[in-house]
Design a protein around this ligand. Structure first.
Ligand code: PEP
Ligand code: MN
Length: 376
């Protein structure tokens, strides 16, 4: 059960103490307090863990400081969408809103290779009105002899260039919790010119110690990729690990599943799960068409498979697109064959705009149909 307290509840007040005394005396119930500190106000939620069935909602609603009690029926206590649960489905980070209603494009390098390529990429993004990107510094590779990324050495120039070109958020995969410290240090060293969304890759979706460590920090939001060989439920539970440790600024990423059923695509595209994740949880949903498709193959209609699946995800309501671009794909050290070129960037963005507009029209149509039904 979740108790949502009145906004700006004073923790030193007699009412709050009375509430906590009452809760701490409930038999077999563990009490966990979570504060969400916003620009305008602080929201406090109290999680009651254990056998909460005997607790009557009415009684809990009438406790001091309690605005609303929500019975949690699903597994994903913090990130899940529960009945009568109108908690927000968004967060703001470094001036960018991430929600189940917005759409942010993170086009960029799968892996940072040279400073020159980073600069060309960032400039193209700025020239096309973009404020987010992807830049891999720590690359988990299947083959131990493959390029593993430049790691912390490239961070200062990546962050400086991001600042120079007005990039506000960089999605960057980390594979170890020490990488969070390296990113924090490099940001400080360069005067915090940009922000970072920590990415947990599909190979680490169930690396629980990494999830716990990343969940304990609240400075950086997290993009959690779905595990490529596990169920959706298992991946959503992985996201809940982050939130249960305190960080609920989590975006859930679909990136295709490992099964030869999807051949000749690199992975079986799973973007039909965009609306499913939005129904089950309050997380914004990201799609990664590059790692799903894995090539620059084109359909007879002239449209790249990467763009076809992007449009499919966007028309189903995706909130973020993580997509590989490269100024010279043949020179890329990682995933060159699936990268789009900078000449394709405006075309890609226009294609996304068309799909998004179609989604918005579809949503308005559904809402119109629903209100007609209630009026009848
Ligand atoms: C990536 O986004 O660079 C990546 C390696 O993705 P995934 O973890 O989905 O394979
Ligand atoms: Mn890649």
């Amino acid at each position: 059960m979740i108790l949502i307290l009145n906004p700006d509840t004073d923790k030193n007040s007699a009412e709050y103490r009375r509430l906590m005394d009452h809760l701490n005396n409930l038999p077999e119930i563990q009490v966990r307090v979570h504060d969400e500190v916003g620009a305008q106000r602080t929201l406090t939620e109290i999680y009651l863990i254990g056998d909460t069935l005997p607790l009557a909602l009415n009684d809990m609603n009438s406790l001091p400081c309690v605005e609303r009690a929500v019975r949690v029926t699903e597994e994903y206590r913090v990130l899940g969408r529960h009945k009568d649960d109108n908690r927000p489905t968004y967060f703001d980070y470094n001036g960018v809103r991430f929600s189940q209603d917005t759409l942010n494009v993170f086009a960029g390098l799968c892996a940072v290779d040279t400073r020159e390529h980073v600069e060309i990429m960032m400039k193209a993004l700025r020239d096309n009105g973009q404020v987010c990107t992807r830049m891999g510094a720590y690359k988990p590779r299947t083959n131990p002899y493959s390029f593993q990324g430049h790691g912390k050495n490239c961070l200062p120039y990546v962050f400086e260039l991001a600042g120079k070109y007005g990039i506000r958020v960089i999605a960057m995969e980390i594979t170890h919790d020490s990488h969070v410290d390296e990113i924090r240090a490099a940001l400080q060293q360069t005067g915090n010119p940009t922000g970072v969304m920590l990415q947990i890759g599909t190979r680490n979706t169930q690396n629980f110690e990494l999830l716990k460590a990343v969940g304990r920090q609240r400075e950086f939001p997290v993009l959690l990729k779905r595990g490529f060989g596990i169920t959706l439920e298992e991946s959503l539970n992985a996201a809940e690990y982050l939130a249960s440790e305190g960080n609920r600024n989590v975006v859930f990423g679909l990136r295709g599943m490992k099964t030869n059923v999807g051949d000749p695509h690199r992975n079986f595209v799973d973007f039909a799960h965009v609306p499913v994740v939005k129904r089950l949880t309050r997380m914004p949903v990201c799609i990664d068409p590059s790692h799903s498709v894995g090539s620059r193959d084109r359909a007879p209609d002239g449209i790249l498979d990467v763009q076809h699946v992007t449009a499919q995800g966007v028309i189903a309501g995706a909130n973020m697109i993580l997509v590989d671009f490269h100024p010279a794909p043949h020179k890329a050290l990682v995933d060159g064959p699936q990268a789009l070129t900078l000449e394709e960037l405006p075309y890609f963005l226009e294609d996304v705009r068309i799909a998004r507009e179609a989604y918005e029209k579809r949503r308005a149509l559904a809402q119109g149909a629903a209100s007609k039904k209630t009026a009848a």
